[in-house]
Design a protein around this ligand. Structure first.
Ligand SMILES: NC(=O)c1ccc[n+]([C@@H]2O[C@H](COP(=O)([O-])OP(=O)(O)OC[C@H]3O[C@@H](n4cnc5c(N)ncnc54)[C@H](O)[C@@H]3O)[C@@H](O)[C@H]2O)c1
Length: 437
């Protein structure tokens, strides 16, 4: 099939590349000329494991190309995917200006039947708005389909190539057929393609992310209880996770959820509910818990230093909102850095992939180390904010030579308390009793 993907960020680039990988001819469109230049020159713009190899292969095979010129591609494709930003507006609702702006533009460009597929995360009713925006300038035949994306950054290629399910909200048989054909190669293992109406499909995406955010906030509250009651959240997690009704995944406590999706999607669903006078009580609590959990580690640090962090220097391992990505949008590490700087402390940070993005955002307000170990030089304590694999089994002896205080505040529970005690480290983590022993 011939496909256009509009918006070439984390979702668009993975979507375009993976569709090309199954033999489709894909053209990715973005308004960011610098990004398009880089991509056209074979330079990948995001860190996503496994993506670069597919990206380069499909460019070489001439199945994948990049342009800023939307007008030049519309006629040659059958399907147009929207992978555009839907950031929170001032009131927390998803801002549809990018999606509807492109829809209106498409209305001026369409000359024959196309399927316009919305992959952006959008509030219920957006398919109707997209349809109306296109119809302002185009009276011919077209279909609008909702196809929410469930990929996880860090494992996005795997998620896209072998999705647990594909959700399609479509009210036209013609569009459903095209979507089935397109996705068939990705569902060979038997995972389902779920057809539904557009509104249910749009809500499914928000329900999924909000449910996952709720699991995280729930476990973070259990962690708070553990710290106060002398229980160990890892034990509780294992204890409940083996119950099939609960499941083992997404039960890790830490320093709160971040990233480009959970915070904005939870906020947007709360706002959508408020707009129809429904008070989404659980989700409001989920958000509140997350806000306090993001600074919980800083509270522990302050308690340790009796409230005075002035002049203290902290090594920080990990700034990406989760491992295996360079994405720092809403990363808990950034809240921690801000809180520490406000208290008069300094920070020397290291992240395997996210340093450039943090440098763009924070400039020289913090120092950047060239390795996880060099970050420790001259530091009073080590903080861990992202669970990159390489942080899991560090050389503790070498660390002790660089960090004589042997003091660690771990927001991701990477190490066993008993082992740290044995090694002579003072070790603070989340929802465990290590600091009590
Ligand atoms: N990032 C994720 O893990 C993820 C997962 C599932 C769903 N989503 C949803 O997918 C959507 C896109 O997210 P993302 O993380 O890829 O965003 P992103 O910010 O990484 O990428 C968006 C891209 O769209 C481009 N763009 C903006 N306006 C444009 C226009 N008029 N024409 C062409 N290009 C334009 C931007 O330059 C940018 O490259 C959002 O709705 C998000 O909620 C994201």
């Amino acid at each position: 099939m011939k496909i256009a993907v509009i918006g070439t960020g984390y979702v668009g680039l993975v979507t375009g590349t993976c569709f090309a990988e199954t033999g489709n001819k894909v053209v990715c469109v973005d308004i960011d000329q610098a990004k398009v230049n880089k991509l056209s020159g074979g330079q990948i713009t995001i860190y996503e494991p496994g993506l670069e190899k597919l990206f380069l292969r499909n460019i070489k095979e001439e199945r994948l190309r990049f342009t800023t010129d939307l007008a030049s591609v519309v006629d040659e494709v059958e399907m147009i995917f929207l992978a555009l930003p839907t950031p929170p507006g001032a009131d927390g609702a998803a801002d549809l200006k990018y999606v509807l702006g492109v829809a209106e533009e498409l209305g001026k460009l369409l000359t024959s039947y196309k399927v316009i597929v919305n992959k952006s995360t959008v509030p219920v009713g957006t398919a109707d708005k997209v349809r109306a925006a296109i119809a302002k300038n185009y009276q011919g035949d077209f279909d609008v389909v909702s196809n929410p994306e469930f990929l996880r950054e860090g494992v996005a290629v795997d998620d896209f190539m072998k999705p647990d399910r594909v959700v399609i909200g479509a009210n036209s048989e013609r569009a459903r057929k095209l979507m089935s054909e397109l996705y068939a190669p990705f569902l060979r293992q038997g995972n389902p393609i779920l057809f539904m109406d557009e509104r249910s499909s749009e809500l499914t995406k928000y329900a999924a992310n909000s449910f996952l955010a709720m699991k995280i906030s729930f476990m973070n509250e259990i962690a708070q209880l553990c710290e106060r009651m002398g229980a160990d959240v890892d034990m509780v997690r294992r204890g409940i996770g083996s119950d099939e009704r609960i499941g083992k995944r997404f039960l890790f406590s830490g320093i709160g959820y971040g990233g480009s999706c959970f915070p904005k999607d939870v906020q947007a669903l709360i706002q959508s509910a408020d707009a129809i006078n429904y008070d989404f009580k659980i989700l409001k609590a989920v958000e509140k818990v997350n806000a306090s959990q993001k600074v919980h580690l800083v509270e522990k640090i302050k308690a340790h230093y009796k409230g005075d962090l002035k002049g203290k220097r902290f090594a920080l391992w990990g700034m990406a909102f989760k491992p295996n990505t360079d994405d720092i949008r809403e990363a808990p590490a950034l809240s921690i850095i801000n809180a520490l700087l406000k208290e008069g402390a300094t920070v020397c940070a290291y992240d395997p992939e996210a340093m450039l993005n943090v440098k763009h955002q924070l400039g020289n307000s913090i120092d950047f180390a060239t390795s996880q170990y060099s970050a420790l030089e001259g530091a009073d304590a080590l903080l861990i904010a992202t669970e990159w694999s390489e942080f899991r089994t560090p050389d503790f002896e070498h660390m002790a030579t660089l960090l004589p205080s042997k003091l660690i505040f771990d927001g991701r529970n990477l190490f066993e308390g008993a082992k740290m005690k044995q090694l002579g480290y003072q070790y603070f983590s989340i929802g465990r009793t290590t600091e009590l022993t």
